[in-house]
Design a protein around this ligand. Structure first.
Ligand code: ATP
Length: 284
């Protein structure tokens, strides 16, 4: 039997870092939602007890460093599954982009293997397992829109933001999340985004409100390291996006756009200097 799972990309409408914790993680407040740009996982039982990963993408690890491999190994160990699985990753989400591609693949593997092996693991437990693989994995297990606190693994689901177009542009640089957090200094943050402002805007279904409350304190770090990310933000604003922000630790910049008529101009304008541009919808 073959099963399929979609692994969508996430964007952060708000990302605030409160402090560095004793355990080395950062205490965060994030509002995350999914967009309709997704990897696709195909999972099939193997005749022997092994985990095999394949992908058409030549630039991701296919061994135990792959997060989908780690998800499969974790579920096998915890639930004493003595079966093997073949997982094919059809990658569509750019890698090391701030879109949680690896985390979403891990979450999709957890959901898919739960079905393939008929384990009946409740979602809350899949989230707990996911937290062992990465801070964004629990959110990727559930999807929707959530306020994520703690190191990102404590989730409170909220209303979806108003539907709109999302333009994603990834400049040709790979950013390490660990490096950006390593350079981040909580006491140097110039302006913290307003969590209550964003929560209210979402509750009221106001896209204008959501666009004006967008904020990500990691921009200070990534934009100073990579000026081209700043240029990309400015271009997207100039081309007419209603709200613009860097996602996660970057370097992907997203623009929220309410009017379809604006999309061609924004897309074509960005493609002039950025090869990877995607026009998608929020996944709501
Ligand atoms: P986040 O926003 O959660 O920090 P990201 O979008 O910045 O994630 P990923 O695309 O998840 O970054 O990739 C980060 C690293 O993880 C890459 O260096 C890649 O080699 C590794 N990796 C492991 N498994 C995967 C996977 N299934 N897909 C993509 N990258 C993976």
């Amino acid at each position: 039997m073959k099963i399929y799972e979609k692994a969508p990309a996430k964007i952060n409408l708000l990302l605030d870092v409160l402090r560095k914790r004793q355990d080395g993680y950062h205490e965060v407040e994030m509002i995350m939602t999914m967009v309709d740009l997704a990897d696709r996982l195909e999972m099939e039982e193997l005749g022997r007890d092994a985990i095999i990963i394949s992908s058409q993408a030549g630039y991701i690890p296919l061994d135990e460093k792959n997060l989908a491999f780690q998800a499969a190994r974790l579920i096998k160990e915890r639930y004493d599954v003595r079966k093997g699985v073949y997982i094919h990753l059809d990658k569509k989400i750019p890698v090391a982009a701030g879109l949680a591609g690896g985390s979403s693949d891990a979450a999709a593997a957890l959901r898919g293997l739960n079905r393939l092996w008929k384990l009946n693991i409740p979602t809350s437990e899949l989230c707990r397992l996911g937290a062992e693989l990465g801070s964004d994995v629990p959110f990727c297990v559930t999807g929707g829109t959530a306020l994520a606190t703690g190191r990102g693994e404590v989730l409170q689901h909220i209303d979806n933001p108003p539907q709109c177009w999302v333009v994603l542009a990834k400049p040709p640089i790979n950013v390490s999340t660990a490096d950006v957090y390593g350079r981040f200094r909580a006491d140097e943050v110039r302006r913290h985004p307003s969590l209550s402002g964003m929560m209210n805007a979402i509750k009221q279904g106001s896209l204008h409100g959501v666009c004006s409350e967008l904020g990500n304190v990691l921009e200070d770090v990534t934009l100073s390291l990579y000026p081209q990310v700043m240029q990309l933000k400015e271009s997207m604003q100039r081309l007419g996006a209603d709200g613009v922000l860097m996602s996660g630790s970057g370097p992907t910049v997203f623009g929220l756009v309410s009017k379809e008529a604006k999309l061609a101009r924004i897309y074509n304008g960005l493609r002039g200097f950025c090869k990877e541009v995607y026009v998608v919808r929020m996944l709501t």
